[in-house]
Design a protein around this ligand. Structure first.
Ligand SMILES: [Zn+2]
Ligand SMILES: [Zn+2]
Length: 764
């Protein structure tokens, strides 16, 4: 008996090979009908034997392409119309386009096999791709996702590519960036003036002829082996690359990039080599090999001088663009530093002219692909944590995927915070989080912030005058000023630390769950105008969050400068601790800045009240030995965690909780006096971590029982600290209390915009 039905599939289903998959599945089940890309996903019409239709529907979910992410399948019965075959129909353009833009995908195994097959027409071609893999977000200029709306529009397909593009049974059916050496873009090598080495081919020679792509790449690999620094154009921007085992090259790169100590990311050819570099858990390996191919942080097994100073972790990634595979195949050094091409905190370069200008003096040569990058998308950073995967920077491979469904009709734009900025756009109830944008006090990042907003609004056809704009409560944030200047229908400010808590609940769609939310970070504007950062709330997304407890108030001397100088941060806390040893003397050796800060504090000059947990960690780091200025955000706290990791689990310093306040005074007193007694730094750091975790666990137990709660939510940059999270999870009474944290957006400020969107949408 013939039955018919209409199937609507929603989620990330465009640009991921979904229609060819549907086509093949329908054919395999001898079903008639059609499939097309519609505004809200993919629409399918099926006619055929009922059991075949059912088999089709089962396989639709279980056998979908690896890059697809289905959020809903709706099936409705239809009357059969007597169709005889199955076809792929042209896209429908609808008024509102909520079809998802797929993130960029790592090159797939089928394409890699062709890449290294000398008989294949795309042998050694760095732009090989198919519907299962390749660029998406980084080449999209508009929706629907069709070739004229991508940066590939300048290249006309030849017969080979067009044939595959139009053949439904081909892996390249409607693969928008399809290309081959005969018709597609190329890679070229340009030697920077004055950097060319004698005895090597001139760059001109390697850029001509049919084998030009590979010759250029092979020449680039040789330059890397010679210790040169190369600018390499990748998927979402340029990398600066050098031989990670060549300490001179690494040091030169640090000097040229003005990057003193922040760790460099590494790339190796395959998982075997990655295992040699770092201790990879199963979770870490599955992150590493996922289509998103993030940089994965894991404990180092080797020492590479200059790559990650004072840090027991290495950031490792696997090749994701065909170009990277070709570089390794061409005998590039086994381990490459692959760091964002920029000067210190600027955003990554992605446009060729800009790259040549900004990277002049940094790169000895440029390996440049002709395909333009539509927008900057940096490498993502992730790690496997004690409670599951943690995304630390959500960008290439993830953005701009939807991360949550928020039950709200109107469009919402949430602007995030000023550090580690990322924005969220909610359209038709789907929350799309942008790529990592950066710190908005940098002019280029601020420009990228505006561009990303314009980009997403126009891509999803959202009129500005319908928007509800959510922004941070800080009156001086750039993002706040931007919100105020925006002609939106409505604005709503959301307090920083509540947004952190809400980001965890948004990931789970837990709008009514009443929880204890613990939000710990360096800085955020509080309800009372003081600087918060150690906050405990009770409430829900819909009901709002009431602050029920916090870190004992200290002082932030000199404002933001205290975040750069641990000894200055320490003054604001240690002023409240009686009978301390002389910190100017050994073993502490605090710089004069400490005494100066104490004087400022007593005269109340530029002294701000704060409950910042981040600065408490800085204080403990200073007491334990980190007294120099930090050169990147969070460095002192990361150092302290690294110290603690080397020590066995020990005692825990007291961090008592009473009357809604966690008191840091006994905690710091013990840190200081144990150091005077020459207790080993690692043991002090360990007992400090355990003490903080114990205090938080006591607070969690007391507050959950007082408010009859069974769920604790933790978020904020401080919870990037894996040791703290692990200790807290083990001490908080996990048998009676549930512990939720971020897995989809970062616990740091990169996840703030999602929480802002959720609270702006739903809080009564
Ligand atoms: Zn492929
Ligand atoms: Zn071609």
């Amino acid at each position: 008996m013939t039955s018919a039905c209409a199937v609507r599939v929603r989620g990330v289903v465009q640009g991921v090979g979904f229609r060819p998959f549907v086509y093949r599945l329908a054919r395999a089940n001898t079903l008639a009908g059609w499939v097309l890309n519609a505004g809200e996903g993919v629409e399918i019409h099926l006619e055929g034997a009922e059991e075949r239709v059912n088999a089709f529907l089962r396989a639709l979910e279980t056998e979908a392409p690896r890059a697809a992410a289905i959020t809903a399948i709706d099936v409705e019965a239809r009357a059969p119309t007597g169709l005889h075959d199955f076809t792929i129909r042209e896209s429908l353009r609808r008024d509102r386009l909520t079809a998802r833009i797929s993130p960029d995908l790592a090159v797939c195994d089928c394409c890699i096999a062709e890449l290294f097959d000398p008989a294949d027409p795309r042998f050694a071609y760095p732009y090989i791709n198919c519907t299962d893999c390749g660029p998406r977000y980084s080449i999209v200029l508009g929706l629907p996702y069709d070739r004229p709306n991508t940066t590939m529009r300048a290249w006309a397909m030849d017969a080979l590519c067009a044939g595959e593009y139009h053949e439904p049974s081909s892996r390249r059916f409607h693969a928008q960036p399809v290309a081959c050496p005969a018709c597609g873009p190329r890679y070229k090598l340009t030697i920077a003036p004055g950097a060319a080495r004698e005895g090597r081919m001139a760059a001109d020679d390697v850029n001509s002829g049919r084998a030009a792509n590979f010759e250029a790449i092979a020449h680039a690999a040789a330059l890397l082996s010679d210790g040169m620094i190369l600018a390499v154009k990748g998927l979402g921007g340029y990398h600066l690359a050098c031989d990670a085992a060549n300490a001179d090259a690494v040091l030169t790169l640090r000097e040229r990039k003005f990057r003193k100590e922040k760790p460099f990311a590494l790339m190796v050819s395959d998982l075997e080599n990655a295992r040699r570099l770092a201790d990879l858990s199963l979770d870490a390996e599955s992150l590493l090999t996922s289509p998103a191919r993030p940089i994965v942080l894991a404990p180092a097994r080797v020492t590479l001088p200059g790559v990650a100073p004072d840090n027991g972790d290495l950031g490792v990634m696997l090749p994701y663009a065909p170009l990277h595979h070709l570089l390794f195949a061409a005998d590039a050094p086994e381990v490459l530093v692959m760091t964002s091409a920029n000067r210190s905190s600027e955003p990554i370069a992605y446009e060729d002219d800009d790259a040549f200008e900004r990277l002049a003096g940094m790169a000895d040569a440029f390996l440049v692909g002709e395909r333009p990058i539509a927008r900057r998308v940096e490498d993502s950073v992730a790690r496997s944590g004690p409670l599951g995967p943690v995304i630390l920077r959500r960008s290439r491979g993830y953005a701009p995927g939807a991360v949550a469904a928020i039950p709200v009709e109107r469009p919402i734009l949430a602007l995030g915070a000023d550090l580690k900025n990322a924005i969220t756009l909610v359209v038709d109830g789907q929350a799309f989080v942008s790529q990592h944008i950066g710190d908005l006090d940098d002019y280029a990042a601020l420009r990228a912030f505006r561009e990303t907003i314009d980009d997403l609004l126009s891509m999803y056809d959202v009129p500005r005058d319908e928007l509800l704009v959510a922004h941070d409560a800080h009156p001086q944030y750039y993002s706040t000023l931007y919100a105020v200047g925006l002609e939106a229908a409505q604005r709503r400010q959301v307090q920083h630390h509540r947004a952190h808590v809400a980001s965890v609940l948004a990931e789970r769609g837990a709008w009514d769950a009443k929880v204890l939310g613990i939000s710990l970070d360096g800085t955020g504007y509080g309800d009372d105008g003081t600087i918060w950062g150690g906050e405990l709330f009770v409430g829900s997304v819909r009901g709002g969050f009431e602050r029920v407890a916090h870190l004992r108030q200290a002082v932030l001397v000199g404002g933001d400068a205290a975040a750069r100088h641990p000894a200055q941060a320490a003054a604001g806390f240690l002023a409240q601790v009686d009978d301390l040893p002389d910190l100017a003397e050994a073993p502490f050796g605090f710089p004069r800045r400490f005494a100066d800060s104490l004087r400022m504090l007593r005269r109340a000059v530029r002294a701000f009240r704060t409950t910042s947990m981040g600065r408490l960690f800085d204080t403990a780091a200073a007491l334990t030995g980190f007294i120099r200025p930090v050169t990147f955000e969070g460095q002192a706290a990361i150092w302290l965690e690294q110290q603690a990791r080397t020590a066995p689990a020990a005692d825990c310093y007291p961090f008592p909780f009473a009357d809604g306040e966690l008191d840091f005074r006994p905690l710091l007193d013990r840190v200081a006096w144990d150091r005077t007694r020459r207790r080993e730094a690692g043991e002090i750091a360990r007992a400090f971590h355990r003490g903080v975790a114990r205090g938080l666990a006591d607070a969690a137990e007391a507050l959950c029982s007082a408010h009859e709660l069974d769920t604790v939510v933790v978020s904020g940059g401080v919870f990037q600290n894996q040791l703290l999270l692990k200790d807290f999870a083990s001490l908080m009474g996990a048998e009676t209390l549930k512990l939720w944290t971020n897995h989809t957006v970062p616990p740091n400020d990169g996840g703030i915009s999602l929480g802002q969107a959720a609270l702006a949408a739903l809080e009564a």
